[in-house]
Structure formats: structure tokens, C-alpha cells
Write a protein that binds this ligand. Sequence first.
Ligand code: NAD
Length: 477
Amino acid sequence: VKERSAIFIIFGGSGDLAHRKLYPSLFRLYKSGFLKDHFAVIGTARRPWSDDYFRETIVTSLKESFNDDEKIMEEFAQHFFYQSHDVNDSEHYIALKNLAAKLDDQFDAGHNRVYYMAIAPRFFGTVAEHINSEGLKADGYNRLVIEKPFGRDLDSACELNGNISKAFPEDDIYRIDHYLGKEMIQAIPKIRANNDKFEEALNNKYVSNVQVTLAESLGVEDRGGYYETAGVLRDMVQNHIMQIIGAVASNEPDATEAKVIHKNRTELFNSLKVLEPEEVDKDFVRGQYDTDDMGEQKAYRQEDNVAADSEIETFTAGKIGFDSDRWDGVPFYVRSGKRMPDKSSRIDIVFNEKVEELGIRPNTVVTLLIEKVDGQSILINGIDYKDSKQDLIKLPAEEKTDSAREAYESLIIDILAGNRIHFTLWDELRSTWKYIDAIRQRWDSQTPDFPNYVSGSMGPDSAEMLLERDGNSWIWD
Ligand code: NAD
């Protein structure tokens, strides 16, 4: 393990994301030696906290997920410093700059800076501009990490991108899509590259359809306020589902260079067939959850901070198509929703009858489980690939023993190493937003008949009909 040196400046250091995801991931990196002596973390937020109080909050939240000796948590927390900060106050940036410089000396942190935007998206642009204009950048690297959502449509994404790219060159911008940090998503290109027969079958000659499901059993919980500005199309499809499709469907899975991988993903997303308004009515359905059969759970419209007549969708299913030699004619059915029967994140690749000519059983279904269930991660026709008696997929030995890293942990390692493969480029976002906007605009011009599915169900019936119409059906049902 190679120790890394950097000063992290976490904007929004008192927030939910910082405490639930970032600090636990930094702590794991500390325990594994990636971070050791030469790093410090500055948390910023509006409240006037002392370093000691900030450290207490860190240790308290670590105790929720780790049972390590408190001593190591305290030792880790000694690398944390707090700076109260208002995003619009120039003087606060000068104070941050001075603190960062001082800590860089104290910890011998190599003049590297990671600026992490764990703050409301409306501040991303302002903060990035101030980092630049107030001269926060140091002599080593200066990497800007942007959380989701990256805009709420193409126009706002363009504006945001314009603002941050005035302050940082594209190569220093790390746009997070935490699905790209997940072990299975990172394994997909390797699995494709290592299994010739599987890769040979991954195209419109042999694939009947691909299904991506990101189902949650929970409702919006306490995030109603945020959800009212988003909806599942923006929250899950534009980013995570598109990136999952990118891993399955883009060319050259054996590519290792970030530039090549990004080029291939961009090419794929550029070939998305943007839907005409009438096609939206046919190919995308939306839903909003009602109470459950027993009337015990809240309907979406009864949740806190949700409008009583909200038209926000908590479920969508749709059919995505590509205009490319490889994928023309293959439907990519996607589905995501809250209050579904179980939590499940999976990709089902359904082959047709012709695969027999490659020695694959006709109509084989390969399922890639994004979150492992019972230690299984790949199923062939519903059973663990190792027991499937088909040599379609073999994982190299190292793959099996690879200890699972949390998505954020693996993404932070990449940021420190300057590896941008698992981050999204502006060109990719532009194409996916363009695709999503066409659906959103059509929906915004119509009044949905909500609520239209019972909590604990598979969503509205129209989601089943979407596939039945094509003679297909959902594999996960
Ligand atoms: P949060 O509301 O819990 O935290 C926001 C932070 O910003 C707080 O530390 C707050 O003090 C600070 N802040 C607010 N106004 C400020 C101002 N004017 N000046 C300086 N600081 C200010 O939010 P969160 O849930 O942690 O989300 C942070 C970011 O991460 C958002 O962009 C969100 O979209 C993204 N995100 C969050 C999650 C999650 O699970 N919470 C998941 C994915 C993405």
C-alpha cells in the first residue's frame, strides 16, 4: 500500500454525506495505510465549531459503523480541523487557504489539495470559482470533486459546467457517480475482457434484451424535500442507470486508459435514440407510490416536505435504444423505484436463440448482481455461475478473493491516484441529459394520474405491459 499525501477540504463537512460516507471511507483508508501521516482534513460549514467539537462528531459517527478501539479513531480525528465558512464570503476563503498552507507544512502533505463539494448543488459553481479567484490552489495537484446531482436538466448542467470549468481544467474535475465505485460495476469490463465467448455474444445478433433494475423497498424517508426537486428519472436514470449501461454496452472492455474508456462511453451515449414526444408516451412509464395493501405506510403525497398534490415520480420503467452497429434493435429496459417489494440492483442480459451457434444454451440469461446476495454475484439462468455447467463466464482467481471496498473508499483512492476512469466526463453527461430532458419535457406537459401503485408492489401495471408488448418479460418479478 502506497501512502498518499493531501489536504482534503470538505465543503459541507457537517453534513449527512460527509458523516455517513466520506469519514467512514477515509477511516478505512487510514486503517489500511493509504492515509497515514501526511494528510489532513479541513471540514467547512456555516456553524462556528471548534476543532475539538468537530473531532467529537467524527468519532461519534465512526462508532456507529466500526467497533475498532476508540484510540485509533481519536488518533485519526487528530488529522481533522474545522473552519466555519460561508460560501459567498471571500474572506473565509483566505482563512481556508492559510489554514490549508499551515497544515500542509505541519503534516508535510506534498502541496496537494482535494476540494470536495459535499454541499448543496447550487453552491458548486460559487465555491469552485472562489477557490480559483482567492488563490487557494497549491503547487501540487488541485482536484475538484463534485457530488451529484450535476444539474437538473441539460441547461442547468451546462451552466454549472461552465462555472466549474472556468475555475478548473477538465482533467482536475472528478464528477462522482458512486455506482462507478461499486465492485461489480468495475468488474464488468474485466469480466467481458476475460470471457471471449460472453463478449462475442454481447451485441444485437445474440442479445434479445438487457434489463437494468435498481429497486428500493424504502420510501423517501426524510429526504422528501430533496426528492420533490428530483424524481427517480433525474435521481437514478440519468446517472446511475446510464453508467451501468455504459459498463455493459460500451466498446473495448479491455481498454485501460481513461481517455479510451471515456471515449467509448461517450460514443455509446451519443448514440442514444432520443425519444419524440409520442414515443415517450409509449416507451416510458412513471408511477408514484400509494399506501400499502393494509393502509399502514404513508403514500408519497403524505410524506414530510412533499406536496399533497405532488406530481413527482417515485417509479419509472422505460425502453432505451441505441443507434449503433452493435446495439441497434436491442431494447435496454430500465426500471427504478421506491417502495418495491425488495431492494435489488441487478442487470439481466437475455440472450436469444441464435447464441446456440456460439455454443451457449439458447435463451440464456446472465444476471449480474450489483449488490452481492449470499456471496453470489453472477447468475446464469438463475443459478450461481459456478454451478451453472456452462463455461460462459469464468472469473480469474484474484477476482473472487478481492475484498469488497465501499464505493466511496475506492473512489477516494482513485482521486488520490489521479485515476479518472471511474468518474463521469462532461461529454457523457451532455448526452444523457439530452436524452432525459426529452422525457421530462413530455411528462411536464401532461398531468399524471398519481398515486398509481401500491407500496410493496412492482410498480404500475404499465411497467409489465411495456415488455409484454415486445413479447418479453421482466426477469426479476
Ligand atoms: P446536508 O444538508 O446534510 O449538508 C450540507 C452541508 O452544507 C452542511 O455541512 C451545511 O452546514 C453546509 N452548508 C449549507 N449552507 C451553507 C453555506 N451557505 N455556506 C457554507 N456551508 C453551507 O446535505 P448532504 O445530504 O450531506 O448533501 C451534500 C451534497 O451531497 C449534496 O450535493 C447532495 O446532493 C450530495 N449527495 C448526498 C447524498 C446523501 O446520501 N446525503 C448522496 C448523494 C449525493
